[in-house]
Design a protein around this ligand. Structure first.
Ligand code: MLC
Ligand code: AMP
Length: 550
């Protein structure tokens, strides 16, 4: 089933200092135990195909590289710990990412994947907040090394030599040792909320194993699966649903540096993959590409059939417009499987594998082992009935929940109800069959654009604090404006310090690139004379949206 990538010449691997006593072994964590059984069952099978380098790596190679790299990074980790050490790493999507993340897990440390599109100040924030014992840098980000070292001079920073295929495929497994308790922290993902600073969402090995396993059960991943992976690897969609669940099941993950519509259509046309997972914006782009570059050409039929041959095509992270779902179905014959999740809860709800269990506009039913309830926004009472007229706040309980926001006990406590349910901040209705329909979010300050969650308050703070715009902009209000391609677009409504001046969108966006990831930078700008406020000095964002965008 898996297409082997053409193999390219092999290069030297990194080596350990001669005097370092290494422990080249792997603890028996569920993911590694599963990988060992896949390695033994199918030694030649590719675990990862790295499309950037067109190299392919077996489960045996992966486990051996993980064991060796774990031995290398262990020397940087404190031996006595009151909390698990963190290791932050910045690497493009590909085999190196997997080896580094698994080696961090094998070493008993918490993995903090950094976002590849973040400019230096955002990386520095994540590093200072997660307070890592080690920073690992891929050479493709060497331009950032000086800035990272300057901000964190006492934290060791190592640059890896990319892992390459071995001259002859490795045939022996590394030594396995007894695993540690799964209650140990595994991952910190930074997520925006209603505050202006992203919080580190900590999950344990128990959590991430459950999050992946429950999808494997619901969507029936197997060793026959081959995933084309195009999502960023600092969020759970890419890390858990894509990478971890596929490797846990013994499938092949074909990793692409980033999403490109032509590449995906080419790969579907060539066949050989079985799964695809993405956010609605990606499906919208795939439809546009088909219409502009494939429809009516000689490759149309092969492209349609190639896409149709996929086993599973999933959409999530943002609301899937029914129009996108229907167009995708018309082109490929696939009814997209929609599911609902969140960094703090993993995946909570999913439509079914059976076609009749994919209801337009619905994110489906609770996943196995996950409890979901709706509560009344006014009274907080649990809604026990179902039906169109009732909508409530989604609350979640179960083994998929975060352990805490890193070093933020107050925010952690506030995120849960007294009886231990996580408050998602999303509002939904539930029909008679128990299927959920997302209605939106409680807070207007949370924007979803291209599947990324963005805090309006963070964007406002960064605009006012920007070295150039700080002198130009007097007031700013950031809102999410509904958009067919992006779900929502980030819009800034500003007043200027000098009312005689004007500023266009391009000039406004340019200096923000130094401070913010591209997806957070407003792509709509409205310069106004005054922003209306109530007696308390507060802005009514719902009113602003009506006033300027309806
Ligand atoms: C980028 N651009 C945007 C934008 N993002 N413009 C408006 N709104 C946005 N959101 C602009 C850039 O500034 C740039 O413009 C141009 O688009 C290309 O930028 P890019 O970074 O190359 O974007 P692109 O590759 O086109 O990205 C689109 C995308 C990406 C959809 C592939 O956004 C993506 O990978 N999204 C997935 C996010 C994700 O994984 N979310 C899951 C979170 S977990 P210029 O002018 O500078 O060239 C979660 C839980 C769950 O939500 O349930 O899964
Ligand atoms: P994040 O915090 O980045 O993990 O984003 C989680 C949020 O994405 C959820 O709280 C929802 O608001 C949104 N979300 C995820 N999946 C869906 C979906 N299928 N439909 C609508 N919103 C979704």
């Amino acid at each position: 089933m898996a297409t082997e990538a053409p193999l390219v010449p092999r290069h030297a691997r990194w080596s350990l200092p001669a005097d370092y006593q290494t422990d080249v072994s792997i603890p028996e964590l569920p993911l590694f135990v599963a990988a060992r059984s896949h390695a033994l069952a199918e030694p030649e099978k590719a675990a990862v195909i790295d499309r950037t380098r067109n190299q392919s790596f077996t489960y045996l190679e992966l486990l051996n590289d993980v064991a060796s790299f774990k031995a290398q990074i262990e020397q940087y980790l404190p031996s006595s710990q009151t909390e698990e050490p963190r290791v932050a790493f910045l690497t493009p999507s590909g085999y190196d990412y997997v080896v580094i993340q698994w080696a961090i897990w094998a070493a008993g440390a918490i993995s903090v994947p950094l976002c590849t599109s973040h400019p230096l100040p955002e990386l520095q924030y994540t590093i200072s907040d997660s307070d890592p014992s080690l920073i690992i840098l891929h050479p493709s980000f060497s331009r950032l090394e000086a800035g990272l070292r300057e901000q964190a001079p006492t934290i060791p920073l190592i640059t890896i030599t990319p892992f390459s295929q071995t001259p002859s495929h490795t045939t022996t497994l590394p030594r396995f040792t007894t695993g540690f308790p799964l209650s140990r922290g595994a991952l910190i993902i930074y997520t925006s909320g209603t505050t202006s600073r992203p919080k580190g969402c900590v999950t344990t090995h128990e959590t991430i194993t459950f999050q992946a396993q429950c999808l494997v059960e619901a969507w029936k991943y197997s060793r026959n699966d081959h995933l084309i992976h195009v999502l960023p690897l600092h969020h759970i969609h890419g890390i858990i649903n894509g990478l971890t669940a596929t490797l846990l099941s013994g499938g092949t993950v074909e990793m692409h540096a980033k999403f490109d519509a032509k590449t995906v259509w080419d790969r579907w046309t060539e066949r050989g993959s079985t799964m695809f997972m993405a956010v609605p914006t990606v499906y919208s782009r795939l439809i546009d590409y088909f219409d502009s570059s494939i429809r009516g050409t000689d490759s149309e039929s092969a492209a349609r059939q190639g896409a149709n041959a996929l086993r599973l095509v999933v959409s999530g992270s943002a609301a899937l417009p029914v129009s996108v779902k229907q167009k995708f179905d018309q082109i490929t014959g696939h009814v997209l499987l929609e599911r609902y999740g969140m960094t703090e809860i993993g995946m909570g709800l999913s439509c079914g594998l059976e076609r009749e269990k994919r209801i337009d506009g619905s994110v489906g039913w609770p996943l196995p082992g996950v409890q979901v309830r709706l509560t009344d926004p006014e009274t907080s009472g649990v809604i026990t009935t179902s039906g169109d007229e009732l909508s409530g706040n989604i609350e979640i309980k179960g083994p998929s929940l975060l352990a805490e926001y890193f070093r933020q006990p107050k925010a952690t406590a506030e995120a849960f109800t007294q009886d231990g349910w996580f408050k998602t901040g999303d509002v939904a209705k539930r029909d008679a069959s128990g299927a959920y329909f997302i209605q939106g979010r409680e807070s207007v300050d949370i924007i979803k654009s291209g599947g990324y969650k963005i805090s309006a308050l963070e964007v406002e703070r960064k605009i006012l604090g920007n070295v150039v715009l700080g002198d130009v902009v007097r007031e700013v209000v950031v809102v999410g404006v509904a958009d067919a391609e992006w779900g929502q677009r980030v819009a800034a409504i500003v007043t200027l310090r000098n009312q005689g001046h004007e500023i266009d969108l391009k000039t406004f966006r340019a200096p923000l690139k130094e401070d913010m990831a591209p997806y957070k930078i407003p792509s709509i700008l409205k310069v106004v004379d005054a922003i209306e406020r109530n007696a308390m000095g507060k802005v009514n964002k719902k009113q602003i949206l009506k006033q300027y965008f309806e």
